[in-house]
Write a protein that binds this ligand. Structure first.
Ligand code: ZN
Length: 171
């Protein structure tokens, strides 16, 4: 994590992947009978250490599969933790409410200049753009979609109105 942060990143991600297999060593098993709770305990410890060693940087954990339920052995994460929710139903948010993790979301997008057919613009160049999101909180095909835009458009309420796009200034 420190190696990534020292490259200049502000956030680092810490979470088990798909196909996660719990470690069977005695030390891990002694932490807690349930593998998900072990992950929470270890990840919180790492976040606490990171807070001391890299103040101001953040660690994003994931509530997913083994960690789909919040921790039971503690109620608080250090304030450098951001929780990535794989389930974002009102119920899931209610379960997380007491834990004091930030209620925000971010998206990181990478669009190679080559796909736009342009060279990297010189510093100070101004572009306009927008980013739209179409989300189905109850799952695809279940209930209404929720739309959001990085640069809001409350007038014509479409993704495709360049007059409402936001400014992007290249550094
Ligand atoms: Zn182990």
């Amino acid at each position: 994590m420190e190696k990534q942060l020292d490259k200049g990143y502000q956030w680092v991600e810490l979470g088990q992947t798909d196909g996660y297999q719990p470690c069977q060593c005695e030390r891990c098993r002694a932490l807690h009978p349930e593998p998900g709770e072990r992950l929470w305990i270890v990840h919180r410890g790492l976040a606490e250490e990171l807070k001391k060693r890299r103040p101001g940087k953040r660690v994003m954990m994931i509530s997913y599969s083994a960690t789909s339920k919040p921790p039971r052995t503690f109620k608080r994460f250090p304030d450098n933790v951001v929780m990535q929710m794989s389930s974002y139903t009102p119920d899931a948010f209610a379960q997380w409410a007491p834990y004091g993790v930030d209620k925000l979301w971010t998206a990181e997008l990478r669009i190679p200049y080559t796909t736009l057919g342009v060279d990297p613009p010189p510093p100070g160049t101004l572009w306009t753009m927008n980013v739209g999101r179409e989300e189905y909180p109850l799952g695809h095909g279940n209930g209404p979609a929720v739309y959001s835009l990085w640069s809001p458009n409350l007038e014509t309420r479409t993704f495709h109105d360049p007059s409402t796009f936001g400014d992007v200034v290249f550094k």
